[in-house]
Design a protein around this ligand. Structure first.
Ligand SMILES: [Mg+2]
Length: 358
C-alpha cells in the first residue's frame, strides 16, 4: 500500500459553550481535515486544530502541505511512515506542516491494512477506558456550569474536572462547593489551574481547599510547565492530591519532569508515536498516565492500549460533529471504535456545513 494523493478541508466550527480556563477563552475551532489516499483505494483521515486564530485559506493550506510535507509522504508505506523514528534537529524541529494530521492518517491507514481497530494494532485488547468529564467551565455562569456537570453525570462519569486558578480564591471555593453539591462524594474531582500559581501559592491553595473539606483526586498544571524544582517541591508538600502535569511539555520536558519526581500522573496527548514513548518512559518511573483531550477523541485508541492509564478526558466538543459515528462514551467509559483503522468516518454533510475555504 502506497500513498498517492491527498485532500485538505478547512472548517470553522462554532462551539456549544465558550471554553477555556484561567488563561484563555475560545468560542470557535478552526479545524483542518487531511485525507490521505492510497493506490489500493483506501483513505486515511487526520485532524489538526488551531485555537484562537483562523487557519490560512484552504488553497494556502494545500500549497503549504505540497511544499513542505507531501514530498516526504507521497509513495510511502503508511505503516513504515507511522513507525519511523524521527531525528528532530535544528530548524526541522516542529517544522512539519500538518504533522499531527499526517501521523493520525498514517496510523488510520496502517490499522486498515492490518484489518484491525487501531487500539488492537497498538497491542490493546479491551476497548473500554475510564473517562472523566471535563467542564472547561471557567467562563460559564453557575447555571451553565451545573448543566454541564449534569450532562457528564448522565454519561456515568466517575470523575469530573473543573477549572480553578481564579485570582479570587473565593471563586474557586464556590466552584468546589457547587461540585460537592451536585456530585456528592462518589465522584473523583480533578481541578486544573492552567499554570495560574507560583509553587508557594499552589501549596497554600491546596491546603485551603483541604481545610474546607474538598477532596481532590488530582491538581493539574498548578505552576509553570518547566519549573521542575517547583514540581518536586509540590510533590514533597502536597499529600492531599495527585499532581497531574506534562500536558504542555514535549518528550524532553516530560523526561525531566519524571526525573524531578514532581509528577504523580503524567498527562499525554498529541501524536501517537511520541505519546507511546512518553507512556513507556512514565512506566519506567512507575508513574501512570492520563490522556488529555485529543481531536475527535482518537486518543481513546492509545489509552485503550496502555497498561496504566488512569483516565481519559472528555470535554464533549463540537469537533465530534465531523464524524458519522463519534467515539462513544457510556457508563463512565470511552469505547474505542471496533471498526478497522481509527474508525472515524467523515460526515460529508457536516464537512460541507462547516467548510470555510477562505
Ligand atoms: Mg489541562
Amino acid at each position: 500500500m502506497k500513498i498517492t494523493d491527498f485532500s485538505v478541508h478547512r472548517c470553522r466550527i462554532p462551539l456549544d459553550r465558550p471554553i477555556g480556563d484561567s488563561q484563555v477563552i475560545f468560542t470557535e475551532h478552526f479545524m483542518t481535515v487531511l485525507e490521505l489516499k492510497t493506490d489500493d483505494g483506501r483513505t486515511g483521515v487526520g485532524f489538526e486544530l488551531q485555537q484562537g486564530m483562523p487557519t490560512s485559506a484552504v488553497a494556502q493550506l494545500e500549497a503549504q502541505y505540497r511544499y513542505n510535507g507531501w514530498s516526504g509522504v507521497v509513495g510511502q508505506s503508511p505503516l513504515g511512515m507511522a513507525m519511523r523514528i524521527g531525528r528532530p534537529r535544528g530548524g526541522n524541529v516542529g517544522a512539519a506542516v500538518l504533522g499531527l494530521a499526517t501521523e493520525t492518517a498514517m496510523w488510520d491507514l496502517a490499522a486498515q491494512q492490518a484489518e484491525l481497530p487501531l487500539y488492537r494494532l497498538f497491542g490493546g485488547s479491551e476497548p473500554r477506558v475510564r473517562a472523566y468529564g471535563s467542564t472547561l467551565d471557567f467562563h460559564l455562569d453557575e447555571a451553565e456550569f451545573r448543566s454541564w456537570m449534569a450532562h457528564f453525570t448522565e454519561l456515568g462519569m466517575g470523575g469530573i474536572k473543573i477549572k480553578v486558578g481564579h485570582p479570587d480564591i473565593e471563586w474557586d471555593l464556590n466552584r468546589l462547593a457547587t461540585v460537592h453539591d451536585v456530585l456528592g462524594e462518589d465522584v473523583d474531582v480533578m481541578i486544573d489551574a492552567n499554570e495560574a500559581w507560583s509553587p508557594k501559592e499552589a501549596i497554600s491553595r491546596m491546603k485551603r481547599y483541604d481545610d474546607e473539606g474538598f477532596e481532590i483526586f488530582w491538581i493539574e498544571d498548578p505552576i509553570t510547565r518547566e519549573d521542575y524544582p517547583g514540581y518536586a517541591m509540590l510533590a514533597a508538600e502536597i499529600d492531599t492530591a495527585r499532581i497531574n502535569t506534562g500536558e504542555y511539555l514535549g518528550f524532553h520536558g516530560k523526561r525531566r519532569l519524571l526525573e524531578s519526581g514532581g509528577v504523580d500522573v503524567l498527562n499525554i496527548h498529541g501524536q501517537f508515536q511520541a505519546s507511546r514513548a512518553a507512556a513507556h518512559l512514565a512506566g519506567d518511573y512507575g508513574i501512570p498516565v492520563s490522556l488529555g483531550n485529543t481531536l475527535l477523541e482518537l486518543g481513546v485508541h492509545l489509552a485503550a492500549s496502555l497498561p496504566e492509564c488512569l483516565y481519559l478526558e472528555f470535554s464533549d466538543l463540537a469537533w465530534n460533529r465531523l464524524a458519522v459515528e463519534p467515539v462513544k462514551f457510556e457508563g463512565g467509559f470511552a469505547i474505542a471504535p471496533d471498526r478497522v483503522g481509527h474508525g472515524i468516518v467523515l460526515d460529508r454533510d457536516a464537512l460541507a456545513e462547516y467548510a470555510e475555504p477562505q
